[in-house]
Ligand binder design. Structure first.
Ligand SMILES: [Zn+2]
Length: 311
């Protein structure tokens, strides 16, 4: 029986996908293990002198990652980690542990470079360099991509299709999977949004120019949990974007574990790595069992003419 819901007794999703085995919703706890890549990118020459910020970021691979992997083992789930390729090279023991537990590693740039600030050639260079590292370390090419800092460019889709990617997880255009098309091909988009990213809830780092008002874990988790409960009611896709150095801290991580147990107790939740969710979508599309919405990229061929010469 459907749970009684204040304010949303009618279906809010026009076209939710059928999830495997009749599950109510799909859940992916994705962690972006940026570690200190973001500090080198922001302060190349001076990064080694920013010792406290470096320690805060290195806490991710060194302290938080074993904790995160431990929770996933306890829950018996496999998930997706987006790791800049430079971090894959820098922290091989962490990557080995991630792979040993059967998790997916997605492409997250080489050094967390910002694609939409690069030329198409430079974006392609870093994308390929990242693919080479992932292929060398994991034995397979990555199928999934999340643009560093959501900085997906107007060229990203073309490049991802050319390199054989199957899904992207950088955009925010829906609460269910949809397709990105460039007219010649398409890619599954597995969207999330800022409220589901721990950065907005916790990130403080003067050297990185972020000073968010720090929330109590219970307050942050209220947001993630409300989004999950709604996803469960309406049949959506719930993707959190967490960073080990932010959310792996003791109290925050306890709150994540509590949320995961809440999901388990609620039941009928499909926990899966994003690669499996994308493959499910591809199967639905191929069989005609479900037709997702299609977004065409780029959204505009050029800056809108209405503003030309008017300002
Ligand atoms: Zn990142």
């Amino acid at each position: 029986m459907r749970e009684r819901v204040t304010g949303s007794r009618f279906p809010l999703l026009a076209n939710p996908p059928p999830w495997p085995d009749g599950k109510r919703c799909a859940v992916a706890f994705t962690f972006d293990m940026d570690a200190d890549s973001i500090l080198h990118l922001a302060h190349h020459k001076n990064a080694t002198n920013l010792v406290a910020t470096m320690s805060m970021l290195q806490y991710g691979p060194r302290v938080a990652m074993p904790r995160i992997l431990g929770l996933f083992r306890e829950l018996g789930i496999r998930q997706t980690f987006f790791i800049p390729a430079w971090c894959i090279e820098r922290y091989p023991e962490v990557v080995e542990a991630v792979l040993k537990d059967g998790h997916e590693i997605g492409h997250h740039g080489y050094i967390h470079e910002h694609p939409n600030e690069l030329s198409k050639d430079r974006e392609e260079y870093w994308l390929r360099r990242g693919i080479e590292v992932i292929e060398r370390v994991t034995g397979k090419r990555p199928v999934g991509y999340r643009a560093p800092s959501y900085r997906f460019s107007r060229n990203s889709l073309d490049l991802l299709l050319a390199e054989g990617f199957r899904y992207d997880a950088s955009l925010m255009g829906d609460e269910v999977p949809y397709l990105l098309s460039n007219g010649n091909g398409s890619l599954v988009e597995l969207p999330s949004h800022y409220a589901m990213d721990d950065w907005a809830h916790y990130m403080v780092g003067r050297d990185l120019n972020y000073m968010m008002p720090i929330k109590a874990p219970s307050h942050a988790m209220d947001v993630f949990r409300a989004e999950f409960d709604a996803a469960w009611r309406h049949g959506a896709l719930w993707i959190s974007v967490w960073h080990p150095f932010l959310s792996g801290r003791l109290a925050r991580f306890e709150a994540i574990a509590e949320l995961a147990h809440h999901m388990m107790e609620k039941g009928d939740v499909w926990f899966a790595p994003l690669s499996e969710i994308a493959a499910h979508v591809e199967r639905l599309v191929a069989s005609g069992a479900w037709s997702p919405r299609i977004d065409h990229l780029p959204q505009y061929p050029a800056p809108i003419p209405e503003l030309e010469a008017s300002l």
